[in-house]
Design a protein around this ligand. Structure first.
Ligand code: GDP
Ligand code: MN
Length: 388
């Protein structure tokens, strides 16, 4: 799960990371008032779950409260297109006003999980700011990487190593050691998967501040952090994925053309493999889970049919705890609401499978029933026009 910059900064500040003060503005008048309270010079910042806002015109410096109000008018409601939003862009629904900071230097700093080494990795660069992707592509040696030993965790030695690699002088290194310690503690205690500060700035007074912040959380850890889960902004997410998670479905959009409804992650993977083997590709990974109800099956079906890439649907259910007749009920209920205009192949095995098959065959639905997995895959691949 992602959160907005202002939320990420609030969380980081709780762990002791220094950030510029700021407030969310509801209106131009509000932006003016906040600017006044922050001393006049502020930055007006579009809040969307995508980076590169500065380049897209979503970050504007204001010299005084009047200018802050004008910037608010421009940014609020705009469709912000950045290198990370795609051509469609994002509508800006929240605007943050922060105290403007004088910048002497911009650094890049992040903490993430490095899957290859199975460790937390600190990445930093003295060439931070809006061109960091270019630095990473053209001069990767300018990014220092230090992995944390999981048996030791973060130590001042790690902080000093990164700080000196950034070229900070001793007084700033001391500040940096504390700051990175706070960031790592935030990462671990919130079950984050990424903390990124770009830019981390140093002011002429010699203070380090997180001017921008991006936090991603491990969805599986959110059950332990209800206060973070509340920050979820579904306006920023794929509507089909939002509907899926509301219904307790595990749904991931893929780029093929066979929509798959499956119960259990293992069966979902096997189904994807066998579709591939039969010569086509899955349009999604949709696991209705072990406790599939009529309602969640119906939701799954709606999601599959709402995806314009889906040219045929394969339902592959192994009834163990979940009963096949309940799945059939869900499919029939969903088909009454949304018209089924692509071929449907159903393979049901296990608890109450015969009953389920009878219900489906007797329903008004046009579908093809398969007994085995091979047969099901062949039928659905034939339905999308044969092997590629
Ligand atoms: P991003 O474009 O989405 O990464 O948004 P950022 O919050 O990182 O802002 C982009 C750039 O705007 C930064 O790299 C800074 O150069 C500039 N910027 C942001 N806040 C301030 C500020 O308080 N003072 C100054 N001088 N520049 C700022
Ligand atoms: Mn940034």
């Amino acid at each position: 799960m992602n959160v907005h910059e202002y939320q990420a900064k609030e969380i980081l500040a709780r762990f002791g990371v220094a950030v510029p003060e700021g407030q969310l503005a509801e209106s131009a008048e509000d932006a003016r008032r906040i600017a006044e309270s922050l001393g006049g010079r502020v930055v007006v910042k579009a809040q969307v779950h995508a980076g590169g806002r500065g380049k897209g015109g979503g970050i504007k410096l204001a010299a005084d409260p009047d200018e802050a109000a004008r910037h608010f008018e421009e940014i609020f409601g705009m469709t912000l297109v950045t290198p990370q939003t795609g051509a469609k862009g994002r509508v800006v629904r929240r605007v943050y006003v922060t105290r403007a900071v004088e910048i002497e230097h911009e650094y890049y700093l992040s903490v993430l999980v490095d899957r290859a080494s199975a460790r937390l990795l600190v990445m930093a660069s003295a060439e931070g700011g809006v061109e960091i992707e270019k630095v990473a592509a053209e001069a990767p040696e300018k990014i220092v990487k230090v992995a944390l030993d999981p048996t030791v965790g973060y130590t001042a030695a790690v902080g000093r190593r990164v700080g000196y690699a950034l070229g900070l002088e001793p007084e700033l290194v001391r500040q940096f050691v504390r700051m990175l310690g706070s960031i790592v503690r935030c990462f671990v205690e919130t079950d984050a998967s990424l903390v990124e500060i770009n830019p981390l700035v140093r002011t002429p007074e010699g203070v380090l501040l997180a001017l921008d912040a991006k936090l991603n959380f491990d969805d599986s850890g959110l059950v332990r952090h209800p206060e973070i889960r509340e920050l979820r902004d579904t306006d920023e997410e794929d509507p089909l994925e939002v509907e899926a998670s509301r219904s307790g479905l595990n749904y991931i959009k893929l780029d093929g053309d066979v929509g798959c409804m499956v119960n259990g992650a293992g069966l979902a993977m096997a189904t994807m493999d066998i579709i591939d083997l039969a010569g086509s590709r899955p349009a999604n990974f949709l696991d209705v889970g072990g406790g599939a109800s009529k309602e969640s099956v119906a939701a799954a079906f709606r999601i599959l049919l709402a995806d314009p890439d889906v040219r045929a649907v394969l339902v592959n259910i192994f009834g163990g705890i979940v009963r096949c007749d309940r799945v059939a009920e869900g499919i029939i209920a969903a088909a009454e609401e949304v018209s089924l205009d692509v071929p449907l192949v159903v393979r049901l095995q296990g608890t109450n499978a015969a009953e389920a098959r009878r219900m489906l065959v007797e329903s008004a639905l046009e579908l093809d029933v398969a007994d085995g997995l091979d047969e099901a895959a062949r039928k659905v691949v034939a339905a999308v026009g044969g092997a590629r």
